[in-house]
Design a protein around this ligand. Structure first.
Ligand code: PMP
Length: 403
């Protein structure tokens, strides 16, 4: 029987969302969930998505048949061009296997399942994750029986990158280890390596024969520029690495609930690519049989119709721009109040989140006394700020920092 099943803790992020929802205070602020909000704290359906949806519904050939096992090919191929670049040598050489997944989470999972099944490792050789990382990484890998360990990443004194610790860990990792990297807009810290640092990271990883596994959940959302945010991945491909990429369209197209994502495996030859694709198909078939169609159709139109692609880029700049403005304003408002501490890291950090440096105690006070919700580690979702609540949030932070 199942008598011995222990009670699992609730997911901290989804628990936080529930607590926010249950709070009846008029001024409550949600800085927890990593989802874009407009200036009225409302979800934003991207105009490009509305247009794509209308085009799709007008199509008389639209039906509800199954997609192929690897998903909608025009979508997955466009997705490969989006992340790897239109003139990627890997695409030209047909070295890329692309499989549509249940968004970015499903893509990380498919990659993890493939690694677990096929990657020759000494027993118990761990997958390297950044410290800290997206809360789900560790359990996705452990669910497929891959042990994980961490490499130094965030450096609290500078609220920036621990580049020395990071590179030292890469130098000393067992040869051939898998290293999970955030392609851009690191979650939860908002701290990314510079291009020069990426070049160095690639060199060390090459020398130690490490395998890069990129998680790319924020392309275009981070800087507002799709190519700029793909730079690190493209650099690694140019350097001749075999690698994989888990790609999500949740944030950059606002398709959170539609679960549109792709897993790409860039391999060393076309022949190897074919073998890898055949095995990815076996795993996919046993797990989900074939992926959901709606989000893929929307993303397909957004990428493949030139006029929609242009509109998407405008929408991306709107989202990234609003977030950058919120960063500047929050820092300005803290400076206006003379809040103790140097808050410039909020401006330097990039993407959906900022690691504020607020302590667990301060986070608790913000929640209990000010009805402002954020994760315990002091991470705030920048999109939760807007012109109506930013003064209130700045005042609250100022007060709890001084206490
Ligand atoms: N990886 C990272 C680093 C993320 O932040 C997220 C979204 N929170 C994901 C993957 C996956 O999200 P989704 O499954 O919605 O694509």
């Amino acid at each position: 029987s199942f008598d011995a099943v222990p009670m699992a803790p609730t997911d901290p992020l989804f628990g936080l969302m529930a607590a926010y929802k249950a709070d009846t205070h008029a001024k409550k602020v949600d800085l927890g969930v990593g989802a874009y909000r407009d200036d009225n704290a409302k979800p934003w359906v991207l105009p490009v998505v509305k247009k794509a949806d209308a085009i799709m519904r007008d199509d008389p050939s639209l039906d509800h048949e199954y997609l192929p096992i690897a998903g909608l090919q025009s979508f997955t191929q466009a997705a490969a061009r989006l992340i790897l670049g239109r003139d990627s040598p890997a695409i030209a050489d047909q070295r890329v296997s692309s499989v549509q997944t249940i968004s970015g989470t499903g893509a990380v999972h498919l990659g993890a399942a493939f690694i677990s099944k096929f990657y020759p490792r000494q027993q118990n050789q761990p997958v390297f994750l950044s410290n800290p990382t997206w809360a789900n990484h560790q359990q996705i890998f452990s669910n497929v029986h891959l042990p994980t360990t961490t490499y130094p990443y965030y450096y609290p004194p500078t609220r920036g990158l621990d580049f020395d610790g990071f590179t030292e860990a890469l130098r000393t990792a067992p040869e051939g280890s898998i290293v999970l990297l955030h392609a851009c807009a690191h979650n939860p810290t908002g701290v990314d390596p510079t291009r020069e640092q990426w070049v160095e990271i690639a060199k060390i990883m090459k020398a130690n024969n490490l395998f890069p596994f990129f998680d790319c959940a924020y392309q275009g959302f981070a800087s507002g520029d799709l190519d700029n945010d793909a730079w690190a991945v493209r650099h690694f491909v140019e350097q001749g690495f075999e690698l994989c990429v888990a790609q999500s369209f949740s944030k950059n197209l606002g398709l959170y609930g539609e679960r549109a994502g792709v897993f790409h495996f860039v391999s060393g030859s076309m022949e190897r690519q074919k073998r890898i694709a055949s095995q990815l198909a076996i795993i996919q078939r046993s797990e989900i049989s074939n992926p959901p169609a709606y989000g893929a159709r929307i993303a397909d139109l957004a990428m493949n119709r030139p006029e929609l692609f242009e509109e998407w880029k405008v929408n991306l700049r709107t989202m990234a721009g609003r977030i950058i403005t919120c960063r500047e304003q929050l820092v300005a408002k803290l400076r206006e109040r003379g809040t103790p501490g140097d808050w410039s890291h909020i401006m330097k950090q990039i993407g959906m989140f900022s690691f504020t440096g607020l302590t667990e105690e301060q986070v608790k006070k913000l929640r209990e006394e000010w009805h402002i919700y954020m994760t315990k580690n002091g991470r705030i979702s920048m999109a939760g700020l807007n012109s109506h609540n930013i003064d209130y949030v700045a005042t609250a932070i100022d007060k709890v920092v001084r206490e």
